[in-house]
Design a binder for this molecule. Sequence first.
Ligand code: UD1
Length: 418
Amino acid sequence: MEKYIINGGNKLYGSVKIQTAKNSVLPILAAAVLTDAKVKILNVPQITDVKNMVKILSCLGCNAVYEDSNIIIDSSSAHCYEIPSALAHELRSSVFLLGSVISRFHKAKIAYPGGCDIGLRPVDLHLTGLKRLGVQITEKNGYILCECDKLSGNEIMLDCPSVGATENIMLAAVKAEGTTVIKNAAREPEIEDLQKFLNCIGAKVSGAGSGTIIVEGVKTLGGCEFLPIPDRIEAGTFIIATAMCGGEVCAEGVCPENISSLIHKLRENGCKIHIKNDKIIIENHRRLISVKTIETQPYPGFPTDLQAQITALCCVCGGNSIVTENLFETRFKYVPELKKMGADITVIDRNAFVRGVDRLKGADLVAHDLRGGAALVLAALAAEGRSGVVDIYHIDRGYGSFEYKLRKLGADIVRVTV
Ligand code: UD1
């Protein structure tokens, strides 16, 4: 078992290169199943979610190989429509494969997907959308079996703008007969990136980034070389780390407009943030004032994937803050861990009421999920004394070379095997 040992108190200085977005790369890898031509995805992050997705592609019969930090996928040999249950449980994004596997084989079988344990994560919207395209769905013994004679375009209205359901329906619609219109679609930048990738291989998709996406079915698709967008959540995590620890850090290779909700919040709370093209420079030399209120929302609102990190920041600000989680039910599992460090937080329903303390103190901590785990690392970096964080495999799902990048900025963090 591996754990982090962190000696808190160091300020962070220097530059950090931001990885490509996990949440772009995963659906793009799923999309590679749609075409027989080779696709090359550039600069993929070295994280376990991506490695597991590549393993699933191999199980489907695709030839997926790493070439440095790029992945080349040749799906011409794909022959299997069943997503292996052990891997589906590891990775919730495996559900995105339903759309592309059905498109390819007119059949798909998957175990109910896993991923972060952050409350009920139903897939009803994915399934309703697929049904509207002509798919018959049987749910039995923990499996979802999808079958169809052909896929036909249709109008689909999502009850809520689910990122995964929007992406899955886009994937199923690309080679369907006729036109599909997805209304109340999610507007996340990663959806625009998926559209860009699909159009690069010859699909006809428009409207991503708005609430209505139009997919005109095409018969054949080709190959391409594609560089996904930068990871706005990784960038946000390093920015919040600097706000908590103090110092001056430049996050390089980012799309600043994709995290403007965070930038606005931090500026409101006293951080100096400069933007120069694809760089965000954050400078902070004093204790911050509280953010007061912050609510997670679908994009362009404040991302749920930065909720834990911003709550960790609130713990060391002057004054009180209220953080409201509107997307997932149990996304405060990290709170008892922060309390071990002396944080003053009360959770009632979807709200965390945080009173800032002068300083957190090092403690032995357990990561329960990906972003909550990252928040504990940030808290430990800002704390007085030594902390240990176990179950860091959660963090490895989404952050490549996390401790290496932090060490380069001056943090005292090491990974040890226990
Ligand atoms: C994606 C992101 C995840 C992020 C989340 C919200 C990926 C790989 N993951 O997850 O990092 O936290 O968006 O920005 O891109 N819902 C339903 N029924 C469904 C689908 C979703 O009720 O069929 C609900 C969920 O329970 C949740 C909300 O919709 O309350 C948002 O979920 P969704 O946008 O689907 O998140 P994911 O695609 O799972």
